[in-house]
Design a binder for this molecule. Structure first.
Ligand SMILES: [Zn+2]
Length: 253
């Protein structure tokens, strides 16, 4: 059985088809991450209607660009997440982005939102699903001030030295379908030992013309097997155990 630990399931137009495909690929559970003020309620709602979907709530750094009111909505967002704390398995997608978002004026606000979400994760004792693109150094520094034990870094493609730091600190790294065409991702996977790997689709993000789907993580598994020279069955087992360690609420809620 496979688990997609990072998907934006609220963005699919035909979610039922997507979930049917996932089941056919033996994907058992899908973590759907909220990212905007508007997506929070929808994230909870689709999880209530679909047994295999587990919600995570958070604010994506892109919100600083897309939503002019985000700073004023922060209290309301905190309240909403706290209200739903029993139902969620993680805080995410949260983080900072200094790569896709070029406007440096937005960075202080990104940091403010991120710190706020980290505090919430610490208070609620929940794992985090992290976006780090271009802000790896600062994020790795910030994380040392928090007591958050379960940390997943999604779609990591930054400097290699932080992979080592992350592994030393017990972080996990979820690998996307980009592995099929990206030498960088193949190299990232090569640097991560089997006990720190997870799978994700980040759907419905586009991978060379194909819409990202949870069913694709079956192929991500095979690609990792090729790099690690290990059988599908063994890797599937390992990753399943890794997922249980970092996201225990997938089995208790
Ligand atoms: Zn994402």
């Amino acid at each position: 059985m496979l688990i997609d630990v990072h998907c934006h399931a609220n963005l699919y137009l035909e979610l039922d088809n997507v979930l049917d495909e996932a089941k056919k690929a033996n994907v058992e559970k899908i973590i759907t991450v909220g990212m905007s003020f508007l997506s929070l309620e929808r994230t909870i709602e689709i999880a209530q209607n679909h047994k295999m979907i587990y919600p995570a709530l958070g604010i994506h750094p892109e919100e600083t660009l897309m939503n002019k009111n985000i700073e004023n909505q922060l209290d309301e967002i905190n309240e909403y997440i706290i209200q739903n704390k029993e139902q969620i398995c993680a805080i995410g997608e949260i983080g900072m982005d200094h790569y896709f978002i070029k406007d440096k004026d937005l960075y202080p606000l990104q940091k403010k939102l991120f710190l706020d979400m980290l505090e919430l994760a610490q208070k609620l004792n929940l794992p985090i699903n992290l976006h780090t693109k271009g802000a790896e150094q600062e994020i790795f520094e910030i994380l040392t001030s928090f007591k958050i034990t379960n940390i997943n870094i999604h779609w990591y493609s930054g400097p290699e030295k932080y992979i080592k730091t992350g592994i030393d600190r017990g972080y996990f790294f979820s690998i996307t379908p980009a592995i099929s065409h990206s030498p960088i991702i193949k190299k990232v996977v090569d640097s991560i030992d089997l006990n720190h790997l997870l799978l994700e689709s980040d759907g419905p993000v586009n991978y060379s013309g194909k819409i990202g789907m949870p069913s694709m993580i079956r192929n991500v598994l095979s690609e990792i097997c090729d790099i690690k020279n290990i059988s599908n069955e063994e890797l599937e087992n390992r990753i399943y155990q890794n997922t249980k360690i970092i996201f225990p609420k997938l089995w208790t809620s």
